[in-house]
Design a protein. Structure first.
Length: 206
């Protein structure tokens, strides 16, 4: 049992709760219903469990929707909204959330340097802010199994594009393990186990 001391988050290349923010964009009925790269119910389940993981590690969430205020779209789906108690929603008209002043200012105000991102669609609302954030020196981590595109090839091409630009695609299981890092960090172990059971990665025995 020789765990090293917890790394200084400022010098940690891996994801850590202290220097990370979660940007979640456009999980609204119209966008969900247009996803064709994966099963839509699985997409909903996966973004909900992703948010649970984020909450377990107390990573701040920046939530954004598009066109709710204009009446053209409905709000964040209730399954996800239930995990976002107290989180402000920033509504936009811009397809690229990075070009919305309130969203941009909210991310800047966190002082974090690593952005976990989940957005619909992969080829637009995930790709555009990811590329802009990378240009400004952020590290960006798209959750590949909690996002989707209008087709499988659209999703895969978008992930390849952002990865080529320097983004670091990760999965839900990888996200949880990277934030937990050590079983000796007992405060978050129960949440870690529960979240991975919700994701179907750990088997429920009861």
């Amino acid at each position: 049992m020789t765990s090293m001391a917890k790394r200084d988050y400022k010098n940690d290349e891996l994801l850590n709760p202290e220097d990370t923010v979660f940007l979640v964009i456009d999980y609204q009925p119209t966008q969900i219903n247009s996803i064709n790269s994966m099963d839509r119910q699985k997409l909903i389940d996966n973004i909900v469990v992703t948010q649970k993981i984020i909450n377990t590690y107390k990573v701040p969430t920046i939530l954004s929707t598009v066109n709710v205020g204009t009446g053209r779209n409905k709000d964040t789906i209730p399954q996800l909204k239930a995990e976002l108690e107290g989180v402000k929603s920033y509504d936009r008209t811009s397809i690229n959330a990075w070009e919305d002043q309130e969203v941009y200012d909210a991310i800047k105000a966190t002082g974090k340097h690593k952005i976990i991102i989940a957005a619909l669609w992969t080829e637009a609302c995930l790709t555009f802010p990811t590329l802009d954030a990378l240009r400004e020196g952020y590290q960006v981590f798209p959750i590949v199994d909690a996002v989707g595109g209008t087709s499988k090839i659209a999703h895969e091409t978008a992930i390849q594009r952002v990865a080529n630009a320097g983004a670091q695609p990760i999965s839900i299981a990888q996200l949880a393990c990277e934030l937990q890092r050590d079983w000796n960090r007992g405060e978050t172990v129960p949440g870690f186990i529960e979240d991975l059971m919700d994701a179907g990665i750990f088997l429920r025995l009861e």
